[in-house]
Design a protein. Structure first.
Lengths: 110, 110
DNA sequence: GATATAGTTGCCGTATGCGTTAAATATTTC
DNA sequence: GAAATATTTAACGCATACGGCAACTATATC
């Protein structure tokens, strides 16, 4: 269960608006499952499934407070997003190189 | 058809490994549809669908060279990825703020 | 110990995604 | 103008995603 951090899972997990909403709620602070369900306007069952997806993608981490073991608190795990960030930055970088190469080419042709 | 750039479409488009492969091929240079199909190990038909998806997400742009109108050349369009990048950076930013707030809290408790 | 609370899981129906093969479209080439 | 080339579209099958509701598990409360 050491969090895949594979781009596939990360992107698929983030591709759902409800799950992105969860991420947006969690980036403010950790929250309980029920809180997330309410905040996203979903039933507890539906949210539970989304949380499982996010957990499997390594995007969130689940813990229980010791004062109430029924509750599950979810917290963000940034690693997968950092990984995705890097892939995007690399793409950006190469694209702009491509651009300047093209510009140079045009200028040579002038 | 001015390219949605909505996170939903961007993420869904990038969540497929074949389509990510296309992006990786295109970040080097523009390429013809057939070249992309070969480079990703897909039939022309399958690739055509992926390209449609990428086009609808605004991630690629299609043009035809004037010397052969049968050919379609695809090129990267970074806008949607930049948008996604910003969302991820914002998430990162807020997460680290959350972290330091927590740290400060713990230190106060000491 | 009975009941309430917090969440998860099973099952179902519907919707959507992806690849394949077979046409269809458009344009070049001979 | 007939045959070849580059790519897209159509029709089909299969797998998977998502939500709803009901049942289930585990823990807390009275």
């Amino acid at each position: 269960m050491p969090a895949a951090a594979r781009l596939d899972d990360t992107l698929a997990a983030l591709a759902d608006p409800h799950r992105r909403r969860v991420v947006e709620l969690l980036r403010e602070r950790p929250r309980r499952a029920g809180e997330l369900a309410e905040g996203a306007g979903l039933t507890a069952a539906a949210m539970s499934r989304h949380l499982r997806t996010l957990r499997r993608a390594g995007l969130v981490e689940e813990t229980s407070p010791d004062f109430d073991a029924r509750v599950r608190v979810y917290q963000l795990r940034p690693e997968p997003m950092v990984h995705l960030l890097r892939w995007l930055e690399e793409t950006e970088r190469m694209w702009s190189e491509q651009l300047s190469a093209f510009k140079a080419h045009v200028e040579r042709a002038d």
